[in-house]
Design a protein. Structure first.
Length: 110
């Protein structure tokens, strides 16, 4: 049976399901991620884009990273919860914000 990870934004308008194990679970301490989170880092779980199903009204913000790639941050259009990010350096993948996952603690020890 394939593991499924579910998640949602703070208001519940955006929901998602990711199937299978993430490629990686990691913390990022870059300046952009610190500013996005308002803390010293973000934590995300990377999945292939084609194993994630997303529902709800999303908005995007794009910027150029200090490494020259294009980064897209996707968030709930209603409450502003950061849902996922993607980077042109890793086409075909997206990184779900761990704090939006219903069972985030199960991924911390991967």
């Amino acid at each position: 049976m394939t593991k499924k990870y579910t998640g949602r934004c703070l208001c519940g308008d955006v929901t998602y399901v990711a199937k299978g194990q993430p490629v990686v679970v990691a913390q990022c301490h870059c300046e952009e991620c610190r500013r996005l989170s308002g803390t010293g880092h973000t934590i995300g779980a990377m999945f292939a884009s084609d194993v994630v199903a997303m529902r709800g009204h999303l908005s995007e913000f794009r910027y150029s990273s200090d490494k020259g790639s294009q980064v897209t941050k996707v968030f709930c259009a209603n409450c502003g919860s950061p849902i996922y990010g993607k980077n042109t350096r890793l086409p075909g993948y997206l990184t779900l914000t761990l704090g939006t996952m219903d069972d985030a603690l199960s991924l911390i020890h991967i």
